[in-house]
Design a protein around this ligand. Structure first.
Ligand code: GLN
Length: 225
C-alpha cells in the first residue's frame, strides 16, 4: 500500500525484476518517472514523493529503464513534441507504455499537455483526439469541481490552464469526468489522462489512483484501474 509518508531510501537491484520488467526495490517503493523535458514536472514529483514513491526526472531514453510508472506533465505540447523528437523518445515511450504485446503496459498519467502527448495525433498511445486550448481564448484558466469515476469523496478541484478536452474517443476509452459535456478525464487500460492540473492542489486522490494502478502493475495483476 502506498500511503502518505516521507520518502524512504530505496535500492535498485538490477534490471531483471518480476515478469513485466518492473525493477525490484527495497520496501516495495515504486519508481515513478516524470518526463522532465519541459513543463510542470516538479509539482508532480512533489506529490508523488509525498505519497511515498521514488521519483526520477526523465530526460533521455536511458531514464526510462526500470520504471514502474510514468507521469507526462502539463506544459506546451509543441515544445514537448520537439523535445521527444530531439531525444529520440517516441519509440522508447511507446515500448514502455503501450499495452502488451506492443509494449510493457507500464501505467502512465498524462496531465493537460501530457494528455495531448498520449493522443492519436502525438504518441498514438490512447485512442483519443485531444483538442488543444479547447475551452476558448476568453477562458484561459478556470477551476471546476469534478466528480471523477474511481475517486470517492467530495468533488476534486480541477485546475484548468489553457486546457484541452477530449474531442473524440474510441470504444475502449472510459470517460471519467466531463466539463460542460466535454470529456476531461479518461482511462484506457493502464493509461490515465486528465485535461487539468491535479498536481497544483493539496488533493492527492488522482495521483493515488495512478499509484494504485502502479501497485497492481508491479504485483503483476491484470492491466486495469
Ligand atoms: N495549451 C497547452 C498545449 O496545447 C497545454 C496547456 C497545459 O499543459 N497547461 O500544449
Amino acid at each position: 500500500m502506498v500511503g502518505e509518508q516521507s520518502p524512504s531510501p530505496t535500492v535498485a537491484i538490477g534490471g531483471d525484476g518480476p515478469a513485466g520488467g518492473a525493477a525490484v526495490r527495497d520496501g516495495d517503493v515504486p519508481l515513478i518517472g516524470v518526463l522532465a523535458l519541459q513543463g510542470g514536472f516538479e509539482a508532480h514529483a512533489r506529490v508523488l514523493r509525498r505519497l511515498g514513491a521514488e521519483v526520477r526526472e526523465v530526460r533521455t531514453a536511458a531514464g526510462l529503464e526500470g520504471l514502474d510508472g510514468l507521469v507526462i506533465p502539463g506544459g506546451e505540447s509543441t515544445t514537448m513534441t520537439l523535445g521527444i523528437e530531439r531525444e529520440g523518445l517516441a519509440e522508447p515511450l511507446r515500448e514502455l507504455l503501450a499495452p502488451p504485446p506492443a509494449g510493457r503496459g507500464v501505467p502512465v498519467l498524462g496531465s493537460c499537455a501530457g494528455l495531448i502527448m498520449l493522443d492519436r495525433q502525438h504518441l498514438g498511445l490512447m485512442d483519443v483526439v485531444a483538442r488543444r486550448n479547447a475551452f476558448g481564448r476568453q477562458i484561459n484558466s478556470f477551476e471546476a469541481p469534478l466528480t471523477i469515476g474511481g475517486i470517492d469523496g467530495p468533488p476534486l478541484r480541477g485546475v484548468f490552464i489553457r486546457a484541452p478536452y477530449i474531442a473524440e474517443h474510441g470504444p475502449g476509452v472510459q470517460i471519467l469526468a466531463e466539463v460542460d459535456g466535454h470529456p476531461v478525464a479518461a482511462r484506457e487500460g493502464n493509461m490515465l489522462a486528465v485535461a487539468f492540473h491535479a498536481e497544483l492542489t493539496d488533493d492527492v486522490r488522482l495521483h493515488r489512483l495512478f499509484l494504485d494502478a502502479v501497485e497492481r502493475y508491479v504485483a503483476g495483476r491484470p492491466l486495469h484501474y
